[in-house]
Design a protein around this ligand. Structure first.
Ligand code: KG4
Ligand code: ZN
Length: 405
C-alpha cells in the first residue's frame, strides 16, 4: 500500500466503449499505477465482429472485478482516489452505458468528482502519457487516430501556459476523417473474407511479410476520397457522425472502395472456396481451445492469398501515410503521433517512421499494449479536467456519436 507517499491527482479511468472492459489508475496524468484490460475477443470471434448485445453483457460481467483489480494493482483503496474518469463516447450505446453507470455510482458513493472523456482524446493521450519519460513532442502535433471504429486526423494543441486560466484544456481541430469504413474495419472485413480470425488486423499484419505487396495493384481511385460525399454525413460502423463540409478533401479517407476491390479480386481469382476451408480449419482449432500459430495459419494460405494480403495492407498504409503527412504539412504541425489499434501495425510503424525521418518531423507511437483500447489513456486524458475543476454532472449520459473538436 502506498500509505506514506501517496501520489496526488489519482484518477481511476474506466473504459467500456467497444469490446474491452478496462480500468486503470494514473497519477496526475503522468504515472500509470495500474492498467487492467479484459478483452472480449473470444466472445465475438465466432461472430466475426463485435456483437453489441454480447459486448454489454460482457462489460456487466467484467466491470466490477476489473475495477477491483486496477485498485489492487495500484495498491490503493477507492477512498484514496481523487476522481473517477469514464469514456462518454463515441462507441456502442449499451457498452458505454455500463462504464458510465458504474463510474457514476462510484463517484456518488465515494463523493468524488466525475470526469467525462472522449474516447478519441483518450487514444491521443495514450501517446502523450508514454512520452512523459522521453523528450516532449513539439507542439502542435498532427494526431492520426486509426482504429476499428475511427480514422481521424486532428491538430492537437496543449493548454497554452500564458492563457492557462482561460483555456486549461487541450484543443483539437478536426482536419480529416473517413467517409465510410474505418481503417481497422477494412482490415477486419478483408481478414474475414479471407477466412482469417477476428480481429483480422493482427493476422494481416503477421502474414503480409510473406506476400508481395506489388502483386495486386489497387488503383489510387479505390482508396481516394469521394468528392461527391463531401458535405454529406458520413456513416461509420453503423453510427451517423458529423458532416464533413468544412474539411479539405485531401484529408478525407475512404476504404470501402478498396474493400470492394479485394472482394472482386477474390471472386475473379476463385479464392472463396479456399478461404472457406481456411476459416473452418481455424475455427475447429479455436473450438478445441487451441490458438492457431502463425505457421499454422500461414501454411493454410497459398501465395495468391499472401500476395493479396500484402498488397491490401500496403494500400491502406500508403493511403494513411500520404494524407497524414500532407495534413501535417498543411497545418504547420511540429510533430506527429499515430494511435489506436491499427497503430500497432508493423508496416505502418516502419513506413511512418521512415517518412518522418525524411521530413524531419518527430513522431511517436504508443506501445503495443497502449495502441488498443485501455483505461490508462482515459485517466490520463482526464487529468487536465481535474486540474481545471471541469467536472461532469452525475446525470451524465453516454454519447455514442460524441465528436472531438
Ligand atoms: O483501438 P481499438 O482497440 O478499438 C477501437 O477503438 O476500434 O482498435 C481495434 C482495431 C481492430 O480493427 C483491429 O483489427 C485493429 O485495431 N488492429 C490492427 C492491428 N492490431 C489491431 N490492425 C492492423 N494491424 C495490427 N497489428
Ligand atoms: Zn479505441
Amino acid at each position: 500500500m502506498l500509505q506514506s507517499a501517496l501520489p496526488t491527482g489519482l484518477i481511476l479511468g474506466i473504459e467500456s466503449s467497444c469490446d474491452e472492459t478496462a480500468a486503470a489508475v494514473v497519477a496526475a496524468g503522468r504515472h500509470t499505477l495500474s492498467s487492467v484490460v479484459a478483452s472480449q475477443i473470444a466472445t465475438h470471434a465466432n461472430w466475426g465482429g463485435v456483437v453489441p448485445e454480447l459486448a454489454s453483457r460482457e462489460h456487466l460481467r467484467n466491470i466490477s472485478p476489473i475495477v477491483s483489480a486496477a485498485l489492487h494493482q495500484a495498491g490503493i483503496q477507492a477512498s484514496q482516489l481523487d476522481a473517477i474518469a469514464v469514456t462518454r463516447g463515441p462507441g456502442l450505446a449499451g457498452a458505454l452505458l455500463v462504464g458510465i453507470s458504474y463510474a457514476k455510482a462510484l463517484a456518488f458513493g465515494l463523493q468524488k468528482p466525475l470526469l467525462a472523456v472522449n474516447h478519441l482524446e483518450g487514444h491521443i493521450h495514450a501517446v502523450l502519457l508514454e512520452q512523459q519519460s522521453s523528450a516532449p513532442l513539439p507542439m502542435p502535433a498532427l494526431a492520426l487516430v486509426v482504429s476499428g471504429g475511427h480514422t481521424h486526423l486532428f491538430l492537437a494543441q496543449p493548454p497554452s501556459s500564458g492563457a492557462a486560466a482561460d483555456e486549461p484544456l487541450w484543443r483539437y481541430t478536426l482536419l480529416g476523417r473517413t467517409l465510410d469504413d474505418a481503417a481497422g474495419e477494412a482490415f477486419d472485413k478483408v481478414a474475414k473474407l479471407l477466412g482469417l480470425g477476428y480481429p483480422g488486423g493482427p493476422w494481416i499484419d503477421r502474414l503480409a511479410p510473406f506476400g508481395n505487396p506489388h502483386a495486386v495493384s489497387f488503383a489510387r481511385t479505390q482508396v481516394k476520397s469521394k468528392p461527391h460525399l463531401v458535405g454529406k454525413t458520413p456513416r461509420t460502423k453503423g453510427a451517423i457522425t458529423s458532416p464533413v463540409t468544412a474539411l479539405d478533401p485531401r484529408f478525407l479517407f475512404s476504404f470501402s472502395g478498396l474493400k470492394t476491390a479485394v472482394l472482386r479480386h477474390v471472386d475473379e481469382y476463385g479464392m472463396r472456396p479456399a478461404a472457406l476451408v481456411r476459416e473452418q480449419h481455424l475455427r475447429s482449432l479455436a473450438e478445441s481451445g487451441l490458438r492457431p500459430t502463425l505457421d499454422q495459419v500461414r501454411s493454410r494460405c497459398d501465395s495468391a492469398t499472401l500476395d493479396l494480403i500484402a498488397s491490401f495492407q500496403a494500400a491502406v498504409v500508403d493511403n494513411l501515410l500520404h494524407r497524414a503527412f500532407a495534413a501535417a504539412e498543411a497545418s504547420g504541425a511540429q510533430s506527429m503521433l499515430v494511435t489506436g489499434g491499427v497503430a500497432a501495425n508493423s508496416e505502418l510503424r516502419l513506413r511512418f517512421r521512415t517518412q518522418a525521418d525524411r521530413s524531419g518531423l518527430p513522431i511517436a507511437f504508443p506501445t503495443l499494449a497502449m495502441s488498443t483500447d485501455n483505461a490508462a489513456m482515459i485517466a490520463a486524458a482526464a487529468w487536465p479536467q481535474l486540474a481545471a475543476g471541469r467536472f461532469a454532472p452525475l446525470d451524465l449520459e453516454a454519447d455514442p456519436r460524441l465528436v472531438l473538436a
